[in-house]
Design a protein around this ligand. Structure first.
Ligand SMILES: [Zn+2]
Length: 225
């Protein structure tokens, strides 16, 4: 699912974007305390119906069967017969456990390791993984060259990478190189540099994978009308 910025009211939850089905996909929800998935029992339920409409917002409290922690889930099914629903959970896991499903699997793997290295404060590892995620993503975009420097320049020349993205791709490459090929006694990667570089990588993935998918979904929706 691509989250879009089009939700202007909580009554839009589950309208047009979401997961399959009219019921809450509890198996998708991960316990923020013990990381167990879908092992919940409902302990409280309230709902609010839209005035003059069919739309219902569900306010549920669930208890984790593994660690006895609690989560609050706000969820709603689409008001038309599209068979979609969406939800928000509080609290959410502080650990990143998965990459967006529509990315190539090797991009997902390196991206996830970059995020988790940040969360574990392994700054050198985060920089190296961000560099690897970038390189494999550029290769999926058919970059040509003997090394990452040439591959970045190739995609910039073809107009696939805009000028600003070319610049920060080289920053990711250089910071990753420092940690991948260290000189004796060189300074370690700082937390700020690692965080910035991972954020640049995130923007690149948004540009290469999320925006094209969002445009495709927009056009499909327009065509149906
Ligand atoms: Zn739990």
């Amino acid at each position: 699912m691509v989250e879009c910025g089009c939700m202007k009211s909580w009554w839009d939850l589950g309208e047009g974007y979401g997961f399959d089905g009219n019921e809450l996909a509890l198996h998708r929800i991960e316990c923020p305390f013990c990381e167990e998935e879908g092992n919940f029992t409902l302990v409280h339920h309230e709902e609010k119906k839209k005035p003059n409409g069919q739309k219902v917002l569900n306010f549920d409290t669930y208890k984790c069967g593994s660690c006895a922690g609690f989560i609050m889930v706000l969820w709603s099914a689409s008001s038309y017969s599209g068979g979609l629903h969406a939800y928000r959970v509080l609290p959410w896991p502080q650990r990143t456990t998965q990459a967006p499903e529509h990315w190539p699997s090797d991009v997902q793997r390196f991206w996830l390791q970059a995020q988790r290295s940040l969360e574990d404060e392994n700054w050198d590892a985060a920089a190296v993984m961000a560099r690897s995620a970038l390189q494999v993503a550029l290769r999926h975009s058919k970059a040509v060259g003997d090394n990452l420097k040439e591959e970045i320049n190739d995609l910039a020349l073809k107009g696939i990478l805009p000028p600003l993205m070319k610049e920060w791709s080289h920053e990711i490459r250089e910071l990753g190189n420092d940690s991948a090929h260290p000189k004796p006694n060189q300074d370690p990667t700082t937390d700020n540099d690692a965080k910035d570089i991972v954020e640049f990588m995130d923007f690149t993935m948004t540009y290469l994978y999320n925006l094209p998918k969002q445009i495709l979904e927009y056009r499909k929706r327009r065509k149906r009308k």
